[in-house]
Design a protein around this ligand. Sequence first.
Ligand code: ATP
Length: 261
Amino acid sequence: MIHISNLSIGYRQHGGDRLVASGIEANIEGGRLTCLIGANGAGKSTLLKTLAAFIPKLGGSIYIKGKEISEYTHKELSRTVGVVLTTKPEGVNMTVSDVVTLGRTPYTGFWGMAGSADKHIVNESMEQVGITPLAARNVSTLSDGERQKMMIAKALAQQTPVIFLDEPTAYLDYPSKVETMLLLMRLSHEAGKTIFMSTHDLELALQTADTLWLMAGDGKISIGTPRELAENGALAAFVERSGITFDKSTLHVTVDKSVIR
Ligand SMILES: Nc1ncnc2c1ncn2[C@@H]1O[C@H](COP(=O)(O)OP(=O)(O)OP(=O)(O)O)[C@@H](O)[C@H]1O
């Protein structure tokens, strides 16, 4: 579904580009849940924003459904890729249902009216993430987790074959994290969507991801199933510190409290 070739990501700055990672060669498969993990500052958000064309790539190519991302019109891209970022909408005087309805904009136009089919999709999307009781609430009154769920519902309402999510489980309570991961897993497996998300919830990612991308601080990316990255030592290299061990057979992280003595 997505083919990435010799991709360089980073930021254009006066006095030279700030390169975050380069030479990225990979595919992101449709019908699979792919989780991107890595330390703070490794470049996960930069990669996601580049794939979503929110920031320009510094080099290379990103093909979505065989077409280079730069060749997509804004409208085509908005019908192909849904994006959930971590930025909070400021001072928005809208209800939850209004925001989720914005997910229909690629089909209705910004000033267009949502018809009954659009409203049905909006209601279904809110139902899928469990925020129907919040539909009439003003966005400014939501908790961080409720807002996160609303943004996932908006991406679902957009009905795109590809969804990119930057830390979608960040503010959620534990059961909501699990429910969200299971929802994303179901959407990829059953609806065939291409879902690519970053997360710091390592153990959940290990249990639910079909494919893991592990971004090391040096810009290198290891890609494989959780078991493959356990077997080749990439996961241990990422998590293990004094007092933290990674069991590659059970995929569990253990904390040894005796190290604080
Ligand atoms: N607008 C920017 N201009 C220049 N450098 C930036 C910009 N945004 C981020 N960076 C830098 O790029 C690097 C990668 O940042 P990024 O936000 O992609 O990391 P991340 O893996 O998402 O981190 P986290 O897990 O903390 O969210 C960091 O060194 C960061 O300081």
